[in-house]
Write a protein that binds this ligand. Structure first.
Ligand code: AMP
Ligand code: MG
Length: 358
């Protein structure tokens, strides 16, 4: 199980769902099935499906899990035989043919790199490796090694050949890291799978990244999703009411390297090779989980000023930011108000965010 996925669980699970289990909805014809928590992609996932009958609802849940597992097979970097591992091993030597899911996510990742001026970058692998080592040894990466890693990072050095659907590295020692986007992308594919299997509504939560669609699991208009308070594990920052939207959180409050009493985020500023420590939590609400996931990582790097500027420039995209340090400040874009549920007594649906063991 990758640490990568494991630690990126930041939002509280959409626990509302678990509380309901399987029961009739909105009259006798709508049924809902809930998976409970299951381990997938190195973290806990919880899926709810709303369908015309219970059997269909249960089948939708299974269709979603199968899809998540298929994505993980290809994109996992802890499985030595996954396509991602193969790329990381051999893509400098020769172009590596990959399947549709992986090629598509790499194309999307490069688009986000362009859109974010390189703040989001799936070629950040060599720098991530150095900071992982730092996490274990509690010593800062040596400057010479960081400089060396920086020379191997840069999405413009990743060659995607659409005709042959192959991936190639321009520089020896490059490494892809999909930790900032894979969960979101997998969620979007799993939503499609659920809809194909007959779901009228549903919610997929993978490690705290969530997308919902259609009517929720009770008589409300929207799904309720709690955002975890980054400075108090057992409390929610707020409750979002979402319909046909996704939310993903990126932050350093759960996963960090600690060196000489200072905490360093697991999100890296690719250009500098340094950790992105200005914000301890960034939640992005967007139409797709892929967008929410990639943008949450990017805004962590961009920081408050440039981050908000980017999110303000995008339609149907909102942000909640919590700065590091001794502050209760919650910074957000103007449009978030429509998603915040002020009527909700916050603790009702709270559960601790669940993180799988290794
Ligand atoms: P997230 O929790 O979605 O922000 O993803 C964080 C993970 O993405 C890290 O653990 C790394 O594996 C990877 N990562 C770190 N920095 C970046 C970056 N600047 N762009 C893309 N992926 C990154
Ligand atoms: Mg992300």
């Amino acid at each position: 199980m990758t640490k990568r996925y494991m630690y990126s669980a930041l939002i509280i699970a959409a626990a509302a769902v678990a509380a309901f289990g399987i029961r009739a909805l909105r009259g006798p014809r709508m049924k809902t099935a809930n998976s409970g928590y299951r381990v997938v992609m190195g973290t806990f996932a919880n899926i709810t499906a709303v369908a015309a009958d219970s059997k269909t609802a249960r089948a939708c849940v299974e269709a979603a899990f199968s899809r998540l597992e298929r994505v993980d097979e290809v994109m996992s970097d802890y499985k030595a035989d996954s396509q991602l591992s193969q790329i990381n091993r051999d893509a400098f030597k020769e172009p590596i043919p990959v399947d549709d899911d992986l090629f598509k996510v790499l194309e999307i990742a490069v688009e986000y790199s362009r859109q974010t001026g390189g703040a989001f970058d799936v070629t950040v692998g060599p720098e991530v490796e150095l900071w992982r080592k730092a996490e274990e040894t509690h010593a800062l990466p040596p400057e010479a090694e960081l400089a060396q890693a920086r020379s191997k990072v840069g999405f413009e050095k990743l060659i995607l050949e659409a005709r042959s659907q192959t991936v190639r590295f321009e520089v020896d020692g490059m490494r892809l890291d999909l930790g900032g986007i894979a969960k979101g992308y997998a969620i979007d594919l799993a939503v499609e799978a659920m809809q194909r299997a007959g779901a009228i509504g549903g919610l997929i939560d993978v490690g705290g990244d969530v997308r919902c669609f259609g009517p929720p699991a009770d008589d409300r208009e929207s799904w309720l999703v709690g955002l975890q308070n980054p400075t108090a594990d057992d409390r929610l920052l707020l409750v979002l009411k979402l319909r046909d939207m996704a939310v993903a959180t990126s932050g350093s409050y759960r996963r960090f390297a600690e060196i000489d009493g200072k905490k360093y985020s697991h999100v890296i500023n690719p250009a500098a090779g340094s950790t992105a420590d200005e914000l301890i939590s960034v939640s992005i609400v967007a139409r797709t989980a892929t967008a929410a996931d990639a943008l949450a990582t990017a805004v962590s790097v961009l920081g408050r000023g440039k981050g908000l500027e980017l999110i303000d420039s995008l339609a149907e995209t909102e942000a909640f930011l919590v700065p590091a340090g001794e502050t209760d400040e919650l910074i957000h874009t103007e449009g978030v108000r429509q998603y915040v549920d002020t009527s909700q007594p916050v603790p009702v649906y709270s559960t601790a965010s669940k993180v799988a063991g290794r």
